[in-house]
Design a protein around this ligand. Structure first.
Ligand SMILES: [Zn+2]
Length: 119
């Protein structure tokens, strides 16, 4: 459905469609019980930096993504990576890079997570 809507409204640019869709959607990540069986704490969302590595024309690049939400326990500090979110982010970044290359735009070395979600 995303690709279809992107084709309809933004010339097939999925990244642009996602920006517009996300700009209209405001959700809240829920609090979870700690995944550590010996802890009664709660996992809350914190924001951290992640470095992504990619290759363009055999040249290595890296991009720091600021403010990526991850779960951290407020008691034992165990962190939980959201596999789903990481996979989506990876694909999203690939699309963003492809879009920038096609449009002769500079490749960023750092980007804010929020920036991916706003038009
Ligand atoms: Zn805990």
């Amino acid at each position: 459905m995303i690709r279809l809507k992107a084709a309809l409204y933004v010339g097939g640019n999925v990244a642009e469609f996602m920006r517009q869709a996300a700009a209209q959607y405001r959700g809240q990540m829920k609090t979870l019980d700690c995944i550590n069986p010996n802890c009664d704490g709660l996992m809350q969302v914190i924001y951290t930096d992640e470095t992504h590595f990619f290759k363009v024309a055999d040249k290595d690049h890296e991009m720091v993504l600021h403010g990526v939400p991850v779960y951290e326990c407020n008691c034992c500090r165990t962190r939980m990576a959201d596999v789903n979110l990481s996979a989506e982010l990876e694909g999203f970044i690939d699309e963003e890079i492809e879009f920038r290359l096609k449009n002769y735009m500079e490749l960023p070395t750092e980007i804010d997570f929020d920036q991916l979600l706003t038009p």
